[in-house]
Design a binder for this molecule. Structure first.
Ligand code: NZQ
Ligand code: ZN
Length: 386
């Protein structure tokens, strides 16, 4: 086990009827005016918007709004919101939505104090030193962004989808009320589950690990698998929904990173070009095609772990091989309605070259096997033909 320091400053407020407490938490933190950001309107249909606005009003919190943050959020929208935040002199950002809205919130919070283009934080030119406080009402559990310091944004000008991590952008308070996720479309719930499973697997298949974290990893993934199967049948099953929500938060809040060197993250690095090139490709959908392809390519390096995963997570019995584990993971993804190939995601064979070029800009990456241009192309080919 590697040495580590664990520090997570986010206050997680979890459970039924917690959305209406957002105003109270803002007031406790001496916030007077927020920039409230959200997506394309799901919060107006499921009642979350109304609850948030009422709570702000009851606690005397002023607000200005920026809406229309789209999935796979873009830099131009972040720029627009930074301008509004500065003009209106808000003293916090309130993100109400899924990962795309929260990641935009983190970037706006950091960009507020930076005179240059906040894209610099994504390309390593600016080390964030300060950010507005961020408060979150999460409406979709998937990314873990409600309890971490990461943000992922697409730059439409360069077709790059990149991330930064900073201790300054952890949410101060994140509210997770599983009941507001009853309205999630089935495909989004499925993609969210696959994203969270992938976050755990990026650590599990890394070169370092420990018995305790492996057991936690296996427990989180098993919980995501069983609760996803339940909510597909019963979207309003509270216990299953709550288990899924908590599991996805724990998947990327630093817990599964403890004692590791930080995870491999190749599958994420290979997925982001998919959504950069085709913004309609949901992050989790892309991962369903990429992760098994990566496993196939590096299977000699992770064969023991694939067998352990097959036994502990997929309950495959004694006759397990690495190939069998990968095939069963794909089979489960298919059974819940996820695409498992680039072709199913709408990519053409000639896109492989473009994807390889985008991903290779940041190559080599990966710890299990450092991937270069040739490796990357091969993995996209496997993912295309799966
Ligand atoms: O636009 P709205 O109205 O918000 O609708 C959204 C959107 O269409 C909808 N939705 C969310 N909550 C809902 C709902 N619909 C009905 N009822 C609800 N309660 O779902 C759609 C997808 O939302 P989005 O926020 O894009 O999904 P997700 O939470 O999966 O976030 C994905 C983004 O996060 C990044 C991804 O790359 C992607 O850009 N990631 C962020 C990470 C992080 N910050 O740590 C790590 C991840 O690996 C990931 O890269
Ligand atoms: Zn992810």
């Amino acid at each position: 086990m590697q040495n580590f320091v664990f520090h997570n400053p986010t206050k997680l407020v979890f459970g039924k009827d917690t959305v209406e407490r957002i105003g109270e938490y803002l007031k406790q933190n001496a916030i007077k005016k927020v920039l409230m950001i959200y997506g394309s309107g799901s919060i107006k249909k499921n009642g979350v918007y109304e609850k948030v606005v009422r709570s702000l009003h009851e606690n005397g919190i002023m607000k200005v709004e920026v809406s229309g943050i789209r999935p796979n959020p873009v830099l131009s929208k972040v720029h627009e919101a930074i301008e509004v935040a500065r003009k209106e002199q808000v003293d916090a950002i309130l993100a109400v939505g899924g990962g795309s809205v929260v990641d935009s919130g983190k970037t706006i919070a950091a960009g507020y104090y930076y005179e240059g283009d906040i894209w610099d934080a994504f390309i390593g030119k600016y080390n964030i030193k300060k950010a507005l406080p961020l408060f979150v009402v999460l409406t979709m559990s998937a990314t873990g962004t409600e309890m971490n310091g990461n943000a992922v944004i697409t730059n439409e000008d360069t077709t790059e989808k990149l991330s930064f991590g900073s201790k300054y952008v952890y949410p101060v308070v994140s509210i997770v009320d599983p009941t507001v996720q009853y309205s999630l479309p089935k495909d989004q719930a499925v993609y969210g589950a696959i994203d969270a499973i992938s976050h755990v697997m990026e650590h599990y298949f890394d070169i370092t690990g420990s018995d305790i974290i492996d057991s936690i990893d296996e427990g989180i993934i098993k919980t995501i698998i069983s609760s996803t199967e339940t909510i597909i049948q019963e979207p309003e099953n509270y216990e299953a929904r709550a288990n899924l929500c908590l599991a996805t938060t724990l998947a990327l809040n630093g817990l599964t990173r403890m004692g590791t060197t930080g995870g491999d993250w190749s599958s994420h690095d290979l997925q982001h070009p998919l959504s950069a090139l085709k913004p309609e490709v949901a992050h989790g959908a892309g991962l369903a095609a990429i992760f098994p392809a990566w496993m196939t390519y590096v299977k000699e390096n992770i064969s023991d772990k694939l067998i352990k995963f097959g036994r502990q997570v997929l309950n495959l019995g004694d006759e397990i091989t690495p190939e069998y584990t990968i095939a069963e993971l794909r089979r489960w993804y298919t059974s819940i309605g996820a695409p498992i190939s680039l072709a199913q995601l709408g990519f053409l064979e000639e896109d492989i070259e473009k994807l390889t070029d985008i991903a290779s800009k940041h190559a080599p990456f990966g710890t299990v096997k450092p991937l270069n241009h040739q490796d990357i192309k091969r993995i996209y080919e496997i993912a295309y033909n799966s």
